[in-house]
Design a protein around this ligand. Structure first.
Ligand code: NAD
Length: 375
């Protein structure tokens, strides 16, 4: 079996020499643990790092983004926005954040006067993305917004317009564009290493617990398609290098009517690509699936699990894929910081988030009408 080596992979991405600091037990870089917050801010700014403020300190900010920001080379955790005073205190101590860089939802707009904060990263429930991204742009900040970009295409337009008006950049938290396994799927698919793709499947599901905002259409904008299915449609687009021209979709019967009041529980959909390929996808809040697979004329390639933060496994008809563990989120945020510093575009811009929202909207229409919806 063929295995791609770490050296070769880093070379391919032009990242040989990338240094990743070791994280100590509390998620902080040991060296800076005892520094005073203002001195640490000065040090980061002198090193040319851009300051990021995380908005919403829930599961993703706490478990992934803040730890990743201890590994980044071109940006650092400069500030936070939270409605919970006890969280503010915990984060302030843990990450050495100056009190002047801690905001709540009432004084959020005052961030405009804070030169420590270059980038605002919106990590709130989906229905809040548009408002907080637009206000960040109006405060003169670059924005990263979590996926899905918003809950309507119109909101995506307003977000793009606000960033353009402010002359600032907007990108979406599509972490997998920075993961070596997914980059390999892109290479195998778009360079037709196994010939043209004939069949594609993707599935991403988990069992959602009762009572979370993800089950509330007002906050989530929809069901598992908005949250998990978006990874499947992304995977199909970047592996093929194409965008769908039409979609069809079918929702499965609801098994728990109390839990799934106004969102889909399980959804299958098909994406018709410009070359005639039909990609089949599934998402659900009551199953477990996690795969992305392509069958081409001369072979196949797949990831399973495909969409996790780490521990991905890749196989091809020619062997296994094996890459070193890297933080997807650290690479994603560093790339955005470099895009800003070097005045180049982001590979995951607001326009891509809008494209995906357009596809999602078409999938929901196909699900409701039972008809093929052209894009
Ligand atoms: P979460 O429920 O853990 O956190 C949401 C945060 O928003 C909490 O801190 C909560 O206090 C705050 N909040 C503020 N106003 C709120 C309100 N009115 N209702 C509910 N919460 C409110 O959610 P999460 O898993 O951190 O997800 C946040 C965003 O990040 C979502 O858009 C999600 O799609 C995205 N996300 C992305 C990834 C990824 O891999 N890119 C992973 C997880 C989540």
């Amino acid at each position: 079996m063929k295995t791609q080596t770490r050296r070769k992979f880093l070379f391919n991405l032009g990242l040989a020499g990338l240094s990743i600091p070791v994280i100590s037990g509390n998620g902080q870089c040991g060296e800076d643990k005892k520094s005073n917050p203002n001195a640490m801010t000065d040090k980061n700014r002198k090193a040319g790092k851009l300051g990021i403020a995380l908005v919403g300190l829930g599961g993703y900010s706490t478990g992934q983004l803040a730890p990743a920001l201890q590994q980044t080379e071109h940006c650092y955790l400069a500030g936070i926005v939270t409605g919970t005073p006890s969280k503010a205190e915990t984060w302030k101590q843990k990450y050495n954040i100056p009190q002047s860089n801690i905001y709540n939802y009432e004084n959020y707009d005052a961030i405009k006067d804070n030169p420590d904060i270059d980038i605002v990263y919106v990590v709130l429930p989906n229905a809040m993305h548009a408002e907080y991204s637009i206000r960040a742009a109006q405060a003169g900040k670059h924005v990263i917004c979590e996926k899905p970009m918003a809950i309507t295409v119109e909101d995506c337009d307003r977000m793009i317009d606000a960033s353009k008006m402010a002359g600032k950049m907007l990108s979406i938290g599509y972490r997998l564009h920075f993961d070596p396994y997914h980059l390999e799927m892109v290479r195998l698919g778009t360079q037709k290493i196994y010939g043209p793709i004939k069949k594609m499947n993707a599935g991403f599901s988990f069992v959602a617990p009762k009572g979370i905002w993800r089950l509330d259409k007002k906050m989530a904008g929809g069901g598992p398609l908005m949250d998990l299915g978006i990874y499947c449609l992304q995977g199909i687009c970047y592996t093929t290098g194409m965008e769908p021209v039409a979609v069809t979709a079918q929702s499965a019967p609801i098994s728990d009517k109390e839990k799934f009041v106004d969102i889909e529980e399980t959804l299958t959909w098909q994406m018709e690509m410009p070359d005639g390929l039909i990609a089949a996808c599934t998402t659900s809040y009551s199953q477990r699936m996690n795969m992305l697979r392509a069958e081409a004329e001369k072979g196949w390639f797949e990831l399973s699990p495909a969409f996790n933060y780490s521990g991905l496994k890749g196989k091809t008809s020619g062997g296994t894929m094996e890459y070193p563990a890297l933080s997807q989120q650290a690479r994603q945020m560093d790339d955005f910081a470099l895009a800003i510093k070097n005045n180049r575009s982001s590979p995951v811009p607001g326009e891509m988030g809008r494209r995906d929202m357009k596809i999602i909207t078409a999938i929901y229409e196909a699900m409701r009408t039972g008809k093929r919806v052209a894009l």
